[in-house]
Design a protein around this ligand. Structure first.
Ligand SMILES: [Zn+2]
Ligand SMILES: [Zn+2]
Length: 345
């Protein structure tokens, strides 16, 4: 049985499956790309042929436009097997955002799984993570430090609604990344009984529409820019993180500034951004979820793509799992958790 390191290689463009002839989430334009999910650091424009879940392809078309989202696009259903070169490939949900997938590959009896970004906490806007037993598990490590333990999201939503009850005249503006976090917040609010219209910054509307087209109901959404200041009293407004404290927010009525991100665990990050109500809601696995997932897939070897690899590798090595830091460049562990300025775009 060939070890996955002989057929799944780290190249300047990213991970390359040699006997299959394709890259996974390449950071430069390539001929054949398999894309785990539509976040901008994983789904770059300009590939010739793109294979992904239907949800990811729809989000890529909305973000990048037809053409840049792949000259040819092929959708693969969950668990559907496809032969590519000498490799059998399939996708299973990663539970990160709508359409997010793990890529499973089998070559001559040897199996590798690339998780992409993932989480294990249930999310009403995407299919739940499916553990796949494998020989090599390729994992992210965005929050791979013991300090990162995400509280239950319902708990954070309850804190937001409690603040709204305490300050019923003030606008609650919540900074959130446009793809995934925004729609998850809306769904969590609906689940917690918030049935008022939710107001959106213009940058968030298009991807909400894709979610609705893909069957994720979000309730009544309105454009924040079209609303009078009086209408926004007591309203919940969602906006990109870059907008919550800038000039755009002046239209809001005495805003309570919140930000939803796994990084809100770090108080200094909240304070430095002028965030009054930090909400620790993350679309990435926390320390416990990363470790539990490594144990569950039972791989004797784990490769870490991006994030804080040292702590995770140290910890799994003590349990007899071989760890390897891939040091792939071009992935950001801050963008999709809403902290870079780029996230406002
Ligand atoms: Zn992501
Ligand atoms: Zn990522």
């Amino acid at each position: 049985m060939p070890h996955p390191k002989t057929w799944l290689k780290v190249c300047p463009q990213g991970l390359y499956c040699e006997p299959g002839g394709f890259f996974i989430d390449p950071t430069r334009a390539v001929d054949r790309a398999v894309i785990t999910h539509a976040h901008s650091d994983h789904a770059r424009p300009g590939h010739r042929a793109v294979l992904a879940s239907a949800g990811t392809l729809a989000l890529m078309r909305a973000r990048l436009g037809e053409g840049p989202a792949g000259l040819t696009q092929q959708a693969l259903g969950w668990g559907e097997r496809l032969r590519m070169g000498e490799v059998t490939l399939w996708l299973e949900p990663a539970g990160h955002v709508l359409g997010s997938a793990q890529v499973a590959m089998e070559y001559r009896g040897s199996r590798a799984v690339v998780s992409g970004d993932y989480k294990r906490t249930p999310d009403p806007t995407c299919d739940p993570f499916v553990p796949i037993p494998c020989d090599v598990f390729v994992t992210e490590a965005t929050f791979a430090l013991p300090v990162f333990r995400h509280p239950p999201p319902d708990h954070e939503i309850a804190r937001l609604l409690a603040s709204r009850a305490l300050f019923p005249e003030r606008t609650h503006v919540v900074g959130c990344y446009a793809l995934g976090k925004c729609q998850r917040l809306i769904a969590l609010l609906r689940g917690a009984g918030w049935h008022e219209p939710i107001y959106l910054h213009g940058a968030l509307a298009a991807l909400c529409a894709v979610y609705e087209q893909q069957g994720v109901a979000l309730g009544e959404l309105r454009a924040a820019t079209a609303a009078a200041k009086d209408q926004l009293k007591g309203a919940i407004v969602l906006a990109p993180p870059g907008a919550i404290t800038d000039r755009w927010a002046r239209r809001l009525a005495e805003p309570v500034v919140a930000l939803a991100s796994g990084w809100m665990r770090v108080r200094q990050r909240a304070r430095s951004r002028g965030v009054e109500l930090p909400l620790v809601i993350s679309d990435h696995a926390d320390w416990d979820e990363l470790n539990a997932t490594v144990d569950e897939v039972g791989a004797p070897e784990v490769w870490v793509t991006h994030g804080r690899e040292e702590a995770l590798i140290h910890c799994i090595t003590q349990r007899g799992v071989r760890g390897r830091a891939l040091r792939l460049v071009g992935y950001s562990d801050e963008d999709d958790e809403g902290l870079s300025e780029e996230a406002a775009a």
